[in-house]
Write a protein that binds this ligand. Structure first.
Ligand code: TXA
Ligand code: MG
Length: 326
């Protein structure tokens, strides 16, 4: 993997020259380009195979850069930036006129986030500007949480992958919309909804689906974050029955279980998932990627707990799932 490195100088030079660099963040790896160069941002869409009208998040060093990209910034945005930046929270705000349409998908809003990963933070501080970066995966595929995952997606089509180790959060940032009358949860993620509500003193409006066709949040497409192998989700007893039937039919299946109950289904491979929600989030994408290359006919995943701290995990599981068993 000749393009893996921790060389910040090279990353800066490439970004300034309008090239793409994969960067670590605390949530997932991002595919970064200088947000002020439309032709550089266009390369992200070409490499990902992502529809051009999907907006990308602009990553900045900190709240001092908020006004470089957004205008009419409500007090709630500054409160949230004070409380959670650098960190796993993206704010959707009214954009400044100069923000390229390539970044916003032609919308009048911009998504801003100051990532906490030390390498990303150091890079952004030296860069000074904004880095447009979606997750560094093919459109619709599982997000990468290691530099090797990124290499597996794009190989040497990327000049540089900054290697910051495994991502400590493991699921994408929480996205909050602040352009309407009421703060809105657009995607659950690394920062818990309750923590955001505690800072704002109000509940977030939570839409299951985008309210209008103009609000294009690609993470809200039904099939997203998905492995290539069919992923079936359900309670452990249903999975065990399914596994036994499929094994009897000569299929190879993997069981992603969280229960400690001993699983011995002939022909099925057991894959233990972590007990705690934060550990589970950190492990989810890596587990799906690992098992996706295992030559299985199906992945059977035990439904995670439904408690509030599991919101982001359940959201990603729902989007990755091919079907449900009961
Ligand atoms: O944790 C993360 O957010 C990661 C890391 C790399 O920062 N990034 C990420 O990017 O997940 P991406 O592009 O895979 O997902 C970003 C989401 C998309 O659903 C996109 O549509 C939405 O943010 N988004 C970006 N700008 C937006 C805007 N102006 N209005 C509404 N949604 C926006
Ligand atoms: Mg993504």
């Amino acid at each position: 993997m000749p393009n893996l490195s921790i060389d910040l100088d090279r990353a800066l030079a490439l970004l300034q020259a309008g090239e793409l660099v994969a960067i670590p963040t605390e949530t997932v790896y991002g595919l970064a380009a200088d947000a002020s160069q439309p032709h550089a941002v266009a390369k992200i869409f070409a490499l990902k195979g992502r529809p051009a009208d999907h907006p990308v998040i602009v990553h900045i060093a900190g709240k001092a850069q908020l006004d470089d990209w957004a205008q009419d910034i409500p007090a709630a945005a500054r409160q949230l930036a004070d409380a959670f930046w650098p960190g796993s929270l993206t704010l959707i705000l009214k954009r400044k006129p100069h923000v390229p349409d390539a970044v916003t998908g032609g919308q009048d809003t911009v998504g801003l986030r100051a990532p906490a990963h030390p390498l990303a933070h150091a890079l952004l501080t030296r860069f000074g500007g904004g880095l447009a970066a979606p997750s560094a995966n093919q459109f619709g595929h599982v997000s990468p949480t290691t530099a090797r995952h990124v290499f597996n997606e794009f190989g040497e089509r990327l000049p540089l992958i900054l290697d910051g180790g495994p991502c400590p959060v493991g699921v994408e940032s929480t996205i909050v919309g602040l352009t309407g009358d009421h703060p809105t949860l657009l995607r659950p993620g690394g920062v818990p909804v309750e923590a955001i509500e505690a800072v704002l003193g109000v509940k977030l409006v939570h839409h299951e689906k985008p309210a209008t066709a103009q609000m294009r949040v690609s993470g809200l497409l039904d099939s997203h974050y998905a492995p290539r192998t069919p992923l079936l989700v359900g309670p452990l007893d249903a999975l065990a029955r399914e596994a036994a039937q499929r094994a009897a039919a000569g299929e190879r299946v993997a069981l992603l279980h969280r229960s400690q109950m001993l699983l011995a289904v002939a022909g099925a491979t057991a894959h233990a998932m972590p007990m705690a929600a934060d550990d589970y989030a950190r492990a989810l994408y890596a587990s799906l990627r690992e098992l996706d290359t295992g030559g299985f006919d199906a992945l059977l995943l035990e439904t995670p707990p439904q408690a509030a701290e599991w919101l982001a995990v359940n959201d990603r599981v729902k989007r990755a799932a091919t079907g449900w068993l009961s």
